[in-house]
Design a protein around this ligand. Structure first.
Ligand SMILES: *[C@@H]1O[C@H](CO)[C@@H](O)[C@H](O)[C@H]1NC(C)=O
Ligand SMILES: *[C@@H]1O[C@H](CO)[C@@H](O)[C@H](O)[C@H]1NC(C)=O
Ligand SMILES: *[C@@H]1O[C@H](CO)[C@@H](O)[C@H](O)[C@H]1NC(C)=O
Ligand SMILES: *[C@@H]1O[C@H](CO)[C@@H](O)[C@H](O)[C@H]1NC(C)=O
Ligand SMILES: *[C@@H]1O[C@H](CO)[C@@H](O)[C@H](O)[C@H]1NC(C)=O
Length: 381
């Protein structure tokens, strides 16, 4: 089945079905009739829109963005399958058919399989949702690194462009998808950053997804983000950026061989809302890791109700060699467990949060979730 873009068609029929008169030779009566017809028609249309809008709102909190509610009214679906049973065989082909300025929810169902593709979702292409099969999620994979040479002009890609999947659009969602960058991290080399997913748009949510990489796996670049029940694996700084993000029920798995940091949060100014909050997560894997190192002067990371295996270094946190950051960063822990959560050896500037201090970070309100989080079951996957 081909994707449905009826807008042009509808407009065509709109012209055809206009009451019979000839615009070119229209006298003023004809013109007034035409205006009246148009006004009536517009009223009817907006009434219908309001009706379906209220249907949606009953399921969706009324606090949800109007833009988002409108997008959900008129969803479209596209199927991607490598065996040819869908609309397209590759994710890129499917994305190429979506209007560059998109304002409808598009559910892109991706059948199981390994998709060796570089996927970019441009800034104006909002409301895209990648949906995979829960029991056999599709993998989107690549192996570009910061030092890979881009085909066109022979310059290195840099970290930003190394991402297998890069999302610049707002209101992005992914459900049951595996994002991967297979480039290995070689200790001591430069330019090895190899991003699996970069999310730069705001109001993005990830459910039951996994992120596999080594150095710099998940570029949580900027905006409000929600990660639920996800698996994130890497070696060095494997969650980094200055997003304002809540990670709930996620497994953070280190594959570092020596010493590395789990996060590198880049809040660089005390006025920025940016920060990573991890709630009810588990930290497992190999090597020795810091919970975070300060990429920005005001780096902010909070772990609550999180199980920390023994791989977490007693010091817990690193100022990346800049003493001046010790009094500026906000590194908090609240009700964590496991050998790695032992507070005895922590740096003195780590914060053991009180109930009151922890409160702002431990709910979806931290990311203004009320205004944009949609229960994925609304899509009847
Ligand atoms: C999902 O994957 C499982 C296991 O491969 C398969 O049995 C099932 O049919 C798939 N479901 C859909 C909707 O494709
Ligand atoms: C990246 O993957 C391609 C296969 O798509 C392979 O030919 C290439 O050797 C890989 N590069 C590295 C550095 O692993
Ligand atoms: C995510 O996985 C959990 C099981 O771990 C399942 O209960 C839930 O329905 C899944 N959510 C979606 C949106 O598929
Ligand atoms: C905590 O996370 C685990 C999965 O890692 C989940 O099974 C459990 O329900 C979560 N608890 C709460 C209170 O959300
Ligand atoms: C925490 O670590 C200290 C120093 O290694 C040790 O003496 C103490 O028993 C540990 N506490 C717990 C609860 O494991």
């Amino acid at each position: 089945m081909a994707p449905k873009f009826h807008i042009q068609l509808i407009f065509f029929f709109f012209l055809l079905s206009t009451p019979s008169f000839n615009i070119c030779s229209a006298d003023s009566t004809d013109f007034h009739r035409w205006v009246t017809w148009n006004v009536e028609n517009y009223k009817k249309k907006s009434l219908n829109l309001k009706k379906s809008d209220s249907l949606i709102s009953r399921k969706m909190s009324s606090a949800v963005d109007l833009k988002l509610r409108m997008a959900e009214i008129d969803r479209m679906e596209i199927r991607v399958s490598q065996d040819g049973s869908g609309d397209f065989k590759t994710i890129r082909e499917a994305i190429d058919t979506i209007p560059l300025y998109n304002n409808r929810r598009v559910l892109l169902h991706i059948n199981s399989g390994v998709y060796r593709e570089k996927v970019n979702i441009p800034r104006t292409m909002g409301f895209i949702t990648l949906v995979g099969n829960a029991s056999d999620p599709p993998t989107i994979t690549g192996n570009d690194t910061a030092s890979s040479v881009s085909g066109r002009d022979g310059t290195p890609l840099r970290t930003f462009q190394s991402a297998t999947v890069a999302v610049d659009a707002d209101y992005f969602m992914a459900i049951n998808v595996k994002f991967e960058n297979t480039a290995p991290h070689v200790v001591g080399t430069v330019g090895g950053q190899a991003v699996a997913l970069r999310i730069s748009g705001t109001k993005a949510a990830f459910y039951n997804c996994s992120f596999y990489g080594s150095q710099d796996t998940l570029y949580d670049h900027k905006g409000l983000h929600y990660f639920s029940n996800c698996f994130i694996q890497g070696s060095v700084d494997f969650i980094f950026g200055y997003g304002t993000s809540l990670y709930e029920n996620c497994n953070l798995n280190s594959v570092t061989k020596k010493v590395a940091s789990l996060t590198a949060q880049k809040r660089s100014d005390s006025s920025m809302s940016s920060g990573f909050s991890f709630k009810n997560c588990t930290i497992t894997g190999s090597g020795s890791i810091y919970l975070g190192r300060a990429w920005g002067d005001y780096s902010r990371v909070i772990f609550s109700y999180t199980f920390m295996d023994k791989i977490v270094l007693p010091q817990g946190w690193s100022d990346w060699g800049k003493r001046t950051r010790d009094q500026k960063v906000y590194y908090g822990e609240y009700k964590c467990s496991g050998a790695g959560a032992n507070l005895t050896g922590r740096v003195p500037w780590a914060r053991i949060l009180t109930d009151e201090e922890a409160m702002p970070f431990i709910g979806t309100y931290y990311i203004n979730g009320d205004t944009w989080l949609i229960n994925p079951s609304a899509y009847q996957l």
